[in-house]
Design a protein around this ligand. Structure first.
Ligand code: TRP
Length: 455
């Protein structure tokens, strides 16, 4: 053990286990539910291109930065900033922002995950076999998500499942489950993608996804692409700081981050192909909103041979991906309570899960009882939470982290931390320092300021 002050601090059991847990955090609803639906809303190829640029030039450097902060302090998000800069409380604000962001994200995340669990049951009980047109599928989904009992029960069920895993801690809970669940996810997704590619007119989906058409791109789309880059990589709210704090010193942070980013991006693109090929093959509308995969895929499953099994597999896959991400979000406030408030893991987990369950209730009601209540430029509570947490809070968190490392903590100690376990890639450190100090703050700052001026 290194300078970690807290002797109870846990560590990952193996390098592979850590990578799987980090990939498990990154790969989730963001890749399979959100990426296709916002790509559809923002016009396709040009949006995808900008998103990929943000992932490489901004997301990757910030992820490396979060791991460096976490591992060098051995603390989770609030403790880490306090430890590195005890005399400048402004920077401690980044830790509290992360906690707030975590509650916002987990609340709507758990609601969507609840829909996914519900759709596993729908798939099992042959509901999709009655879908003969896009309208029937849309109405079916609309009826379910406007039913408060259905949404709240499933949201509660998902929250409970998440808490069960988090209670078991790092090695036995998060790492153990990710090792089992993630490889299954990869295999199912590859099958779905291959199958999507063989559908008639599948190439139109590929064109939509990969041929940039910049006339479709608006300025708002640029901010959404930036927010999505952070959301999908789980950065900007200290998840990777917290996961980095359980990391041993002999691990090469740069190459590990590269793998995580690469795999996360591949999964998003696989999911994009698996969803847009059928959409274009069946002549549906790509801009279907948050319900996109729930409207489109059941019809696809229903029309295809073997679709009954594929339908069940798909929603199980999505549930698994959501669970391994949700545990990482919950882990941020839980580790804060354990470290800073000296609570037991057990108590901390159930307390956080309970609060998140309550915050999630208005999200769960946003498409039914509370659909007429508008919060922010005509958004319901669900869209409002999603919008501010993904596009504003995560962006501010990432900006703060980059500026903090480059100009407050300074790069030298960060380079020293990176060098531990990172001998062979030393040449990349300078490039990382440049991206983090200049490209990230300037690009994120410019996009945020331009957005503010729109109001
Ligand atoms: N990255 C996950 C996804 O794509 C969601 C997620 C997990 C997340 N932890 C996070 C998003 C932390 C933002 C911050 O579904």
């Amino acid at each position: 053990m290194t300078q970690q002050s807290n002797s109870h601090h846990q560590h990952w059991g193996s390098k592979f286990g850590f990578i799987l847990a980090a990939v498990g955090s990154a790969v989730g609803l963001g890749n399979i539910w959100k990426f296709p639906y916002i790509t559809g809303e923002n016009g396709g190829g040009a949006f995808v291109l900008i998103y990929l640029l943000f992932i490489i030039l901004i997301g990757l450097p910030v992820m490396i930065g979060e791991f460096v902060i976490g591992r060098s302090t051995g603390r989770s998000v609030c403790g880490a900033f306090k430890h590195l800069e005890p005399k400048k409380p402004v920077w401690h604000g980044l830790g509290y922002l992360a906690l707030i962001t975590g509650f916002c994200i987990i609340s709507f995340y758990s609601v969507v995950s609840g829909w996914v669990i519900g759709y596993i049951f729908e798939a099992l009980r042959f509901s999709f076999s009655s879908f003969d047109s896009p309208e029937t599928a849309q109405n079916h989904f609309g009826n379910l998500i406007s039913n408060p009992y259905w949404t709240i029960t499933l949201h509660g069920l998902f929250m409970t499942l998440t808490a069960f895993i988090v209670v078991r801690g790092i090695k036995d809970g998060i790492e153990y489950w990710c090792k089992i669940l993630l490889p299954i996810l990869g295999v199912i997704l590859l099958i779905l993608m291959t199958w999507g590619l063989t559908m008639p007119n599948a190439h139109e989906g590929l064109i939509y996804l990969f041929r940039p058409n910049f006339s479709e791109l608006t300025f708002s789309s640029v901010l959404v692409a930036l927010g999505q880059a952070f959301f999908t990589l789980s950065i900007g709210m200290g998840v990777m700081i917290t996961y980095g704090s359980y990391l041993k010193k002999d691990i090469n942070i740069v190459s590990t981050s590269l793998y995580i980013v690469l795999f996360d991006t591949l999964v998003a693109l696989w999911a994009g192909i698996a969803i847009f090929c059928p959409i274009f093959s069946l002549g549906m509308n790509p801009a279907g909103g948050p319900g996109l995969i729930f409207h489109v895929l059941p019809i696809v499953f229903q029309q295809l041979p073997g679709g009954y099994v594929f339908g069940i597999l798909f929603f199980i896959l999505l549930g698994i991906a959501a669970l391994s991400s949700a545990i990482s979000i919950l882990e941020v406030p839980v580790s804060f309570l354990i470290e800073e408030k000296k609570m037991s893991r057990h108590k901390a987990t159930w307390l956080v899960a309970l609060v998140a369950f309550w915050v999630g209730i208005p999200c769960a009601l946003s498409f039914g009882l509370m659909s007429k209540v508008k919060w922010f430029f005509g958004r319901n509570f669900f869209d409002f939470l999603d919008y501010i947490s993904s596009n504003i809070f995560l962006t501010l968190g990432a900006l703060g982290t980059a500026v903090f490392i480059a100009f407050v903590w300074k790069l030298k100690p960060a380079f020293e931390e990176l060098a531990k376990g990172g001998g062979k890639v030393k040449k990349l450190f300078a490039l990382w320092g440049f991206l983090l100090s200049w490209v990230c703050p300037i690009a994120i700052g410019a996009i945020l300021i331009a957005k503010l001026m729109e109001f």
